[in-house]
Write a protein that binds this ligand. Structure first.
Ligand code: AMP
Length: 478
């Protein structure tokens, strides 16, 4: 099937051609003609099935056929998260600008005034998160009385996030006479209730069997002791050379901590969650999309609805407590016909979550053993060496100590080279920063006696936190 027979105009067909889309996805083939026909839609579609374009294309097509006042929005798309709002708006804008229509996005966490200014310039399609939308409407910068089309994207997530009151308030502000489209990846009783309240004789579209994971995603799990999760993750990322990875943690703190620990191992990583400022979240996502950031560690709220092309790996560092979240998370990979891998690190205390997920999926996720990191190996066969830490030195084997010594020597050589090229003429000596008493001298204090406690801690200050990881019994790689 091609896009030609769905009822879209020439400009949009050209846009699809420019994007390289050759055929509509199943949800597009079903939803586009129905929306163009004026029907309400209740669609259950997995993430990554092309559901954004399934509503974006017919919306733009219909609105372009008759011009509005240009002052107030005629279509409103609601999303649960800011990231999804930005993403959806990007898609719609690509089509809207071809037909001289304006699409704007509003979401919280950023200054409201630039959004007010944009709304004043006039608008046809508005993409919004519920909180900021109500804020703008409450301050009378936004009138929703001209809304003809109302779209709920990831409606189940909106309810999970506790937006049901906001949804009721928004329904009070939009005209009763309108077309409504409700898209949800999972289909709970709550969603059925919401649909019953606001849809009129909707066309039911169901392109996935109930709560299943995308077939294009290879799933596997490692049973691992909680205390070994991080080292196993680092092992997988480095040994298997994973290029771009989205990792889910249960908490924001956990996301921060993991991103820091990965960065300390020289793996470029950043955290994404709702405690970060919106500008930081946008910057982080941009870095991840363009490849500057290799690992993105996020919580469900911020990272779940993301559409990142070419994302080969999703990792459940913590297993989700809500089984449906598993489907959403792993749906970030294996999108648009490209295969992906979803890896879950499951500790003993998460077995009940795993059982619930497997029950929902009606399938067992294959268990894969990684030598040295299995749940039953009480002592993992890796060591972390902190130079100058007596206990760590004791545990480290000869190979590892040699590796660290070689690295330190190479660093010293490069410092000397640098000093020569910058023309400072001074040789920095064996390790200038860790010379005893250096800091105290600066502070006008007498340097401590060599071998004293203060001198030792000064010596330790530089290498602390620099960790080298190596598997026991393996030759260190240089
Ligand atoms: P969505 O489910 O809307 O998040 O879309 C998932 C991905 O599929 C996005 O990157 C879209 O650009 C892409 N996509 C949507 N429709 C098509 C299509 N008909 N052919 C190829 N890719 C598509």
């Amino acid at each position: 099937m091609s896009f030609d027979h769905l009822g879209l105009g020439v400009e949009l067909l050209k846009a699809l051609n420019a994007k390289g889309y050759t055929a509509p996805s199943p949800i597009q083939a079903l939803a586009i003609p129905a929306i163009l026909d004026g029907q309400d839609i209740l669609a259950r579609a997995q993430t990554g099935t092309g559901k954004t374009d399934a509503f974006a294309l017919p919306l733009v097509e219909i609105l372009s056929r008759k011009t509005g006042s240009g002052r107030h929005p005629r279509a409103l798309v609601l999303t649960p998260t800011r990231e999804l709002a930005l993403q959806v708006a990007e898609s719609i804008k690509g089509y809207a600008r071809r037909l001289a229509m304006r699409c704007t996005v509003v979401y919280g966490g950023v200054r409201i005034h630039p959004q007010i200014a944009r709304l004043r310039r006039g608008i046809d399609i508005l993409v919004a998160t519920p909180g900021r939308l109500l804020d703008l409407a409450g301050r009378r910068h936004l009138y929703l009385s001209r809304i003809e089309f109302l779209v709920f994207d990831e409606a189940d997530r909106m309810l999970d996030l506790g937006f049901s009151e906001e949804i009721c308030e928004i329904l009070d502000l939009v005209p009763a006479e309108r077309r409504t489209m409700l898209f949800s990846a999972t289909y709970t009783q709550q969603i059925r209730n919401l649909a019953g309240r606001m849809l009129k004789d909707p066309k039911h579209i169901d392109v996935t069997p109930r709560n299943t994971a995308a077939e294009s995603v290879v799933q596997k799990l490692h049973l691992v002791d909680r205390s070994n999760k991080r080292t196993l993750l680092i092992h997988l990322i480095t040994r298997e050379n994973w290029s771009r990875v989205l990792i889910f943690t249960r908490t924001k703190h956990g996301a921060n901590k993991l991103a820091e620990k990965l960065a300390a191992q020289g793996i470029s990583a950043a955290a994404l969650h709702s405690n970060k400022s919106q500008s930081c979240r946008t910057r982080t996502l941009k870095g991840f999309r363009n490849g500057e950031i290799r690992i993105l560690v996020g919580t469900d709220v911020a990272a779940r609805g993301l559409d990142i092309s070419d994302l080969p790996y999703v990792v459940n560092y913590d297993m989700p407590g809500i089984p449906e979240d598993y489907v959403h998370r792993i749906g970030r990979t294996g999108r648009a016909g490209v295969s992906g891998t979803a890896v879950s690190l499951v500790s003993q205390d998460e077995r009940n979550h795993l059982q619930a997920i497997e029950k929902l999926l009606k399938q067992k996720i294959p268990v894969v053993k990684v030598d040295g990191y299995t749940e039953d190996s009480d002592v993992p066969d890796f060591v972390l060496l902190r130079p100058d830490s007596a206990s760590s030195e004791k545990r480290a084997d000869k190979d590892l100590k040699e590796l660290v010594a070689r690295r330190n020597a190479s660093k010293r050589r490069s410092r000397i080279r640098k000093a020569k090229t910058t023309g400072s003429g001074k040789s920095p000596g064996p390790n200038p920063k860790s010379r005893p008493g250096r800091r105290n001298e600066k502070a006008g204090k007498k340097p401590p006696r060599s071998g004293s406690r203060a001198s030792q801690s000064s010596n330790q200050s530089k290498p602390r936190g620099r960790r080298f990881q190596i598997r026991r019994g393996q030759k260190p790689e240089q």
